[in-house]
Design a protein around this ligand. Structure first.
Ligand code: NAD
Length: 480
């Protein structure tokens, strides 16, 4: 079954780059895109040159003036047209996401629907004018103006969701956007760019595929005024330096190593499935996934068993097949990294007490792996592992476990688990994280700001707070 699907897709034409209203399908260099479920390339797409980037920026600068002058409600109507058009094509897009990213088809469709819910929310937002003073002497208003051309650079774990998170706010606030997806997952985003041309004015959304070099070129391009980036801490710091020379505005959504602290009054059976999926959704490749689970020593055996019981029900396989709960890791380098973390943990005395099944064959599959008897300084705990592996650590002292949870340069999310909301809140108040969830992990909504503190990022996405990061201030002071 897998090979016939793969061949069918190979025959399909690859989506092209969008530069203005043009779709560029021919290029001197191409990116071969691998299906992680088969470890074989299934399509190749054109790769943008520096000249393509210059051309896209030139078109975007022209589009910026008209788009910024378009009434907010008209811009929002355009965004809603994009929502409808993407939804009409959701089957094709979801299939491309599964082929390039690996996640099960229903989850790929869910990823897109989630992005569309975000766009729909932004399409109904007001961008208020703040009146600071209005008296006999003076009226003072704070307006929000578009920043200009936005560069949106995205990672491979949620290709379309991450792109839509940037497209919605950029468009609503009056900015054109050039999106550069990960070179590992460019296909669905390129196709989104093509679809956008049917419903949006020329140059408002353009999509260029390319590697890290293209990301670097976008970060330092003088015609781009803002970078909205989702990806690694390493690339985020590089972008921040490159963007400095032109003082670009930045939103950086970087990595996480989220702790979850289970308090001693939980009913383990009630929370087990939420704990499990909090850590291992999307094959553990979630920036704000639960990556270190701290449980009271006296509950450890019970939590370990309950998680193993959930894990035993999870079917791993090709995301195009029916009944699959979890796909492969997205790429070979990430698979090697996750294997390395598990091997290192074993060598340092940790116990892998549960390992699930994976299909035979060449795909980048990694079994669901639950690890215990592990200490905080082992790489699997201390670093962002980004795979279907959950280390379970124990504690006896609450102050101590809070200090351990906070002992990371990354601080995207964290969670506390207890039926006693006051107790959970008291712990939450002491955790360093952009979001602290109670009895869930992670939970994102388009009307709620999301972002990391410390080395996990700069600024927030989602909500009015995130949307306003695509604007500058313009103060108007009227003397009376
Ligand atoms: P990555 O940083 O390697 O790549 C992300 C994107 O940045 C790609 O498009 C890449 O080509 C580009 N890029 C790489 N180096 C660059 C540079 N120096 N200048 C400009 N662009 C550059 O990350 P990845 O491996 O694709 O994704 C995994 C990481 O993303 C994890 O750390 C994960 O936690 C993080 N992530 C964060 C969030 C969030 O919202 N906080 C969401 C998803 C993923």
């Amino acid at each position: 079954m897998t090979s016939s699907l793969q061949n069918a897709t190979k025959a399909a034409s690859a989506p092209g780059l969008t530069v203005g209203g043009r779709i560029i399908t021919e290029s001197a260099t191409r990116l071969a895109v691998i299906n992680p479920a088969t470890a074989a390339p299934f399509i190749d797409v054109p790769q943008a040159t520096p000249a393509d980037l210059d051309a896209a920026v030139a078109v975007a600068r022209v589009a910026a003036a008209t788009w910024a002058a378009t009434d907010l409600r008209d811009r929002q109507q355009h965004v809603l047209r994009l929502v409808d058009h993407v939804r009409t094509n959701i089957g094709e897009l979801a299939r491309l996401v599964t082929l390039e990213q690996g996640k099960p088809l229903a989850k790929a469709a869910g990823e897109i629907e989630s992005g569309l819910r975000g766009l729909t929310h932004y399409a109904a937002l007001d961008i208020p004018v703040e009146v600071i003073r209005d008296d006999d002497n003076e009226r003072i208003e704070v307006h929000r103006t578009p920043v200009g051309v936005v560069g949106g650079i995205t990672a491979w774990n949620y290709p379309l969701l991450l792109a839509l998170w940037k497209i919605g706010p950029a468009l609503v606030t009056g900015n054109p956007i050039i999106v550069k997806p990960s070179p590992l997952t460019p296909v669905a985003t390129l196709r989104l760019g093509e679809l956008a041309q049917d419903v949006l004015p020329e140059g408002v959304i353009q999509v260029l595929a390319g590697g890290d070099d293209l990301g670097r070129a976008i970060s330092r391009h003088p015609g781009i005024q803002k970078i909205s980036f989702t990806g690694s801490e390493r690339a985020g710091t590089s972008i921040m330096s490159a963007a400095g020379s032109t003082l670009k505005r930045l939103t950086l959504e970087l990595g996480g190593n989220d702790p979850g602290i289970v308090l001693d009054d939980v009913d383990v059976d009630v929370i087990a499935a939420d704990l499990y999926w909090g850590g291992l959704s999307n094959c553990g490749q979630v920036c704000a996934g639960l990556k270190r689970l701290y449980v009271p020593a006296r509950l450890a055996a019970q939590v370990e068993q309950a998680l193993a019981d959930v894990a035993a029900t999870v079917r791993v396989g090709n995301g195009l097949d029916d009944g699959v709960d979890m796909g492969p890791i997205q790429n070979a380098a990430q698979l090697a990294k996750v294997r390395g973390y598990v091997d290192d943990a074993r060598a340092r005395g940790a116990e892998v007490y549960f390992q699930g099944e994976i299909p035979d064959g060449p795909g980048y599959f990694h079994p669901v792996t639950l690890v215990r008897n592990i200490s905080d300084d082992v790489g699997l705990v201390a670093e962002e592992q980004f795979g279907p592996v959950l280390p379970i650590l124990t504690y006896t002292d609450l102050d101590d476990v809070i200090a351990r949870a906070n002992n990371s340069p990354l601080a995207l999310g964290a969670s506390v688990w207890s039926p006693d909301e006051d107790r959970a809140r008291a712990v939450a108040a002491r955790l360093q994280a952009g979001t602290v969830w109670i009895n869930q992990h992670p939970m994102l909504s388009p009307d709620v700001p999301f972002g990391g503190i410390k080395q996990s990022g700069l600024g927030v996405e989602q909500s009015l707070h995130g949307v306003l990061q695509y604007t500058d201030y313009r103060v108007v002071r009227i003397k009376r």
